[in-house]
Ligand binder design. Structure first.
Ligand SMILES: Nc1nc2c(ncn2[C@@H]2O[C@H](COP(=O)(O)OP(=O)(O)OP(=O)(O)O)[C@@H](O)[C@H]2O)c(=O)[nH]1
Length: 272
């Protein structure tokens, strides 16, 4: 079984270790001991399949962030955590997300935006709406408010992230298949394979030119096929990101039970 490498990122003191330890061990740490780097393992079952997770709890404070580039490279999914009591921690996440996208060289990296310490009602500085706004700006990255103290939405954020990784992997396989199919199509349709051998000899030069031209045309057709499927996937992704409540309202009575099940599995915005 393959390991799914998840990385927990965020400023110092936002609760990364508490969320991770709550998820892995079901224990709440109420003392603050700044992390250098801790790795945890957990096996979970999602949709009747078992996954081995390796979770890297990273350092939030600047002195210990030298390894960041390395673990972003090896991470498959990212939990980006801020504290709802600390504006600076949300601002730091903008930079962190940019860094992840740059290092991964992709804008479709599995990630979850997390506003932790939601139990601290009187100390709250960042509203739920602000969290939702950031999530929309980020292309509707799934957003949750959590409380490591109350163990609220803790499992949900990890499960959501694993689901995103699985979905991404399936989409990559689909894109590869589409590419292979279009290449196969080009091979089968190549004019040189259809001409009798004598004619092939006579027209060798012009055919070469022609076949490379048609190759170009067909491969661009193939590419557009792939693009279309990517666009369709984007669309799917967008629908996952609709906050649970509005998704239910919109689809209402016309939603089939299967569709409902799908939506239930992909709630993208969860508050306490
Ligand atoms: N009330 C409340 N306090 C929390 C919560 N999560 C963490 N804390 C507290 O916040 C402090 C910091 O938590 P940590 O989990 O160590 O924070 P961190 O993000 O791992 O910090 P670094 O290791 O420095 O990056 C601790 O005193 C925790 O008890 C929460 O959900 N609610």
């Amino acid at each position: 079984m393959r390991d799914y490498k998840l990385v927990v990122l965020g400023a110092g003191g936002v609760g990364k270790s508490c969320l991770t330890v709550q998820f892995v061990q079901g224990v709440y740490l109420d003392t603050y001991d700044p992390t250098i780097e801790d790795s945890y393992r957990k096996t979970i079952e999602i949709d009747n399949k078992v996954f081995d997770l390796e979770i890297l709890d990273t350092a939030g404070i600047a002195q210990f962030t030298a390894m960041r580039e390395l673990y972003i490279k090896s991470g498959m999914g990212f939990l980006l955590v801020y504290s709802v009591t600390d504006r600076q921690s949300l601002e730091e996440l903008m930079e962190l997300r940019e860094q992840v996208l740059r290092i991964k060289d992709s804008d479709r990296v599995p990630m979850v935006l997390i506003g932790n310490k939601a139990d601290l009602i009187n100390e709250r500085i960042i509203s739920v709406e602000e969290g939702i706004e950031v999530s929309s700006k980020w292309g509707r990255v799934p957003f949750y408010e959590t409380s490591a103290l109350l163990r609220s939405n803790v499992d949900e954020v990890f499960v959501d992230l694993v689901r995103q990784i699985i979905r991404n992997e399936m989409e990559s396989v689909a894109i590869k298949d589409a590419r292979n199919q279009s290449q196969q199509f080009i091979k089968n349709e190549s004019p040189s394979t259809k001409l009798p051998s004598t004619a092939r000899q006579d027209t060798k030069q012009s055919n070469n030119k022609q076949s490379s031209k048609s190759l170009y045309n067909k491969s661009s057709q193939g590419q557009s096929k792939v693009k279309q499927s990517t666009a369709a996937n984007e669309k799917r992704k967008t629908s996952h990101a609709v906050p649970k409540s509005s998704a239910t309202n919109k689809t209402g009575s016309t939603t089939t039970s299967q569709q409902k099940k799908k939506k239930k599995n992909s709630s993208a915005c969860c508050i306490l």
